[in-house]
Design a protein around this ligand. Structure first.
Ligand code: ZN
Length: 355
């Protein structure tokens, strides 16, 4: 394996070429949401837990909220809102919001009052009004951290709750001028988290919820992932700010979460680039290796996986991932799934490539 690319059980380091262009996130039948807030997160009580469809989990603030703070759920597009209910206070007894207002917005800029909090909860009936954002605003200074148990949104179309709650934090102490870029990428990778997790779903698996994205001056590759930590090169991303797909690739490694040494590096990297180039930014694959083989890693192996998935089994990558997570992958797995050996599939794929 070349010196610039190392894959270990919990560490993969990648040198990724820049991709051209930029992709829009794939469309979903439901409307997605993002959270915007002035409030910092307390430990692992991450923001998305306030809208994850569960009353068992909640968002909590690190500090004490004031009247200038807000916690806002922004929809990707306006929805006909019938009712929104917000419950505050933690399941561990963290106190509810004493005084606050629930507001809505038709344009995402100006907000008007929908309801007031009473006994820590607020409900607003909005009669199908087109609303694009709802937010909580404390009234006055709070004596305790804010805990938001759940937003319950009844609308048409429905707004998708965060099925795989995640929060990226960024560390740009090596390059403070990269803060906006890093935050943009962090929000993008959070947005891609459901897609990545759907593509790599396996029973009982819960992906990491907190991911740290650090840009380093002395990092010589493009980016690397170790556990829930992604490190990127300041120099590379200053020169290639559009190469956000490289960070999506690293986020795939976080989700893969492989703990077994039997997984071949070409397949680990091939799956990461498969998600990147065939799900996140389709059409941006660009050139693959000359005289390619299935085990060429990165986008070459990604192209091979896409061919086999298309011809034999649309769930190929999900099935491979499930076995790799369990430590049950062997090269014979391909034969189990397709009836063909890896060399046979390789020959078929190579035959299909333009001459
Ligand atoms: Zn990689």
């Amino acid at each position: 394996m070349p010196g610039w690319c190392r894959f270990l059980v919990v560490l993969s380091a990648c040198t990724l070429p820049a991709a051209g262009g930029r992709a829009e996130p794939p469309t979903s039948p439901r409307v997605s949401a993002v959270i915007e807030t002035t409030l910092a997160t307390q430990a692992d009580r991450i923001r998305q837990l306030a809208f994850d469809g569960s009353m068992e989990t909640w968002f909590a603030t690190a500090g004490l909220p004031t009247a200038t703070d807000h916690f806002t759920l922004v929809f990707d597009k306006p929805v006909a809102l019938r009712e929104v209910r917000v419950v505050t206070g933690g399941a561990d007894g963290a106190p509810p919001l004493e005084a606050g207002v629930l507001e809505g917005s038709v344009d995402g800029k100006t907000f008007s009052e929908l309801s007031r909090f009473r006994d820590g909860a607020a409900t607003a009936h909005t009669d199908g009004q087109q609303i694009v954002a709802v937010r909580i605003r404390p009234i006055g200074n709070s004596a305790h951290p804010l805990a938001i148990r759940e937003f319950i949104v009844d609308s048409e179309p429905r707004v998708a709750a965060f099925q795989y709650p995640v929060e990226f934090t960024v560390d740009v102490s090596d390059a403070p001028d990269m803060l906006d870029w890093a935050n943009k990428v962090a929000r993008l990778c959070e947005r891609m988290y459901p897609l990545i997790n759907e593509e790599l779903a396996s029973e009982g698996y819960l992906p990491p919820r907190q991911i740290r994205l650090t840009l380093k001056n002395d990092y010589r590759g493009v980016a690397a992932t170790s556990g829930g930590k992604i490190t990127g090169s300041v120099k590379f991303f200053k020169n290639h700010p559009d190469d956000v797909g490289a960070m999506v690739h690293e986020t795939v490694h976080v989700v893969q979460h492989y703990r077994h040494r039997g997984n071949p590096g070409w397949l680990v990297e091939g799956i990461a680039d498969y998600i990147r180039f065939f799900k996140f930014e389709p059409g941006n694959l660009g050139a693959i290796n000359a005289d390619p083989h299935y085990n060429g890693s990165y986008r070459t192996s990604a192209a091979f996986l896409a061919f086999v998935a298309d011809k034999y089994d649309k769930d190929l990558v999900r099935k491979l991932n499930r076995l790799m997570r369990a430590g049950d992958y062997q090269d014979a797995t391909f034969q189990d799934l397709t009836g063909k050996t890896l060399p046979e599939l390789d020959a078929e794929w190579r035959q299909s490539l333009p001459k």
